[in-house]
Design a protein around this ligand. Structure first.
Ligand SMILES: Cc1cc2nc3c(=O)[nH]c(=O)nc-3n(C[C@H](O)[C@H](O)[C@H](O)COP(=O)(O)OP(=O)(O)OC[C@H]3O[C@@H](n4cnc5c(N)ncnc54)[C@H](O)[C@@H]3O)c2cc1C
Length: 303
């Protein structure tokens, strides 16, 4: 991909500090200022800058909400192979929620969440050893299956990290927010941060990329052909891109709103003490087909 782009088109280490609309009112592009003071003029702006997105703020989206919740994430190696095949495990128990995903025949990635962690206050991101001990105690006290306890116990210390809070956009915001400003949009967590309750945030980000690339290639294909554009051509490219971004947002809206609703509902269910809230959550999940993991059979089409 890189060799098809003009020299200098890819820049690393550009931390975007501020964004303003292009000065020319007919131009849909944006002007970015980086932390080191450089200015980048963009005909098209796609913010994949995560849940604390600067581009999302430029679009007028509010800051995602945050729930204190301690996650321990890491990898465990099984030198003689693991018996889990390619099965993704989600397991909820009293006081914990585990996700386990095989990476290779001998390596799995996992996370363990403690919904009401006494650890959130006294275990910091850097104190992964203490967090691991706390998670092990929680799992043992909850009579979690031995293979899960063993997975955490044998995890690679270098791979462990702690996530101290979960950021998410409420589903109603994802359903209603404007994800477009001229030729600027967002994708991935910048658009639909949803915590990790259903393990779909990263997968949905890949779907975003595919749908956006398809929309851009069908409406703005070949624009400029990699050469330096005249001012009029730049305005035209940004106009085509704005139309493509509109199509992208329309196509993604329902899918990401639904995933956000499902993730939000699972999170609410895990924290709920009220029986009524639990029943409502279970009813919503039933309607969404959560038990059959219906969200995993979505087909976003081909490029
Ligand atoms: C515990 C846990 C478990 C999870 N499990 C799963 C799972 O099983 N399956 C799944 O699909 N998803 C899972 N997720 C969600 C997944 O990790 C995220 O949805 C995914 O990483 C989002 O990717 P992204 O590229 O949109 O954002 P990020 O991965 O956050 O990347 C954003 C990038 O933008 C850069 N950036 C930020 N600000 C700026 C700026 N101002 N200027 C320039 N660059 C900037 C950052 O440095 C970073 O490189 C999990 C999340 C958690 C916390």
């Amino acid at each position: 991909m890189a060799k098809n782009l003009p020299a200098g088109a890819i820049r690393f280490g550009c931390h975007v500090a501020a964004i303003h609309p292009a000065a020319d009112p007919g131009n849909h592009g944006a002007v970015l200022t980086t932390h080191d003071g450089s200015i980048i003029t963009a005909n098209v702006l796609i913010g994949c800058d995560g849940s604390n997105s600067v581009v999302a703020k430029y679009l007028g989206l509010s800051v995602p909400k945050s729930t204190p919740r301690a996650f321990l994430r890491g990898f465990t190696r099984y030198p003689h192979g693991h018996p889990f095949g390619d099965h993704f495990l989600r397991l909820r128990g009293k006081g914990f929620f585990v996700g386990r995903s095989p990476v290779t025949d001998s390596l799995v990635s996992f996370f363990v969440a403690c919904p009401n962690p006494p650890c959130a206050d006294d275990v910091t991101r850097d104190d992964v050893g203490a967090m691991k001990q706390l998670v092990l105690r929680t799992l043992q006290d909850s009579e979690c299956p031995a293979e899960i306890v063993e997975m955490v116990r044998r995890s690679d210390p270098e791979s462990l990290n702690v996530v101290a809070s979960v950021r998410y956009r409420p589903p109603w915001q994802v359903a209603l927010a404007s994800f477009q400003r001229g030729a600027a949009t967002v994708a991935g967590d910048a658009m639909h941060a949803m915590g990790s309750y259903i393990g779909q945030g990263g997968s949905a980000a890949l779907e975003d990329a595919l749908v956006l690339a398809r929309a851009l290639s069908s409406r703005a294909a070949g624009a400029g052909g990699g050469r330096v554009l005249s001012e009029e051509e730049e305005v035209e490219v940004a106009g085509c891109a704005a139309a493509a971004i509109g199509a992208y947002v329309r196509e993604r809206r329902l899918r990401v709103a639904r995933l956000s609703l499902e993730s939000f509902t699972v999170g609410t269910l895990l924290r709920a003490r009220s029986v009524v809230v639990k029943i409502v959550c279970l009813a919503i999940l039933g309607l969404l087909g959560n038990q059959a993991l219906a969200h995993t059979s979505y087909d976003c089409g081909r490029l």
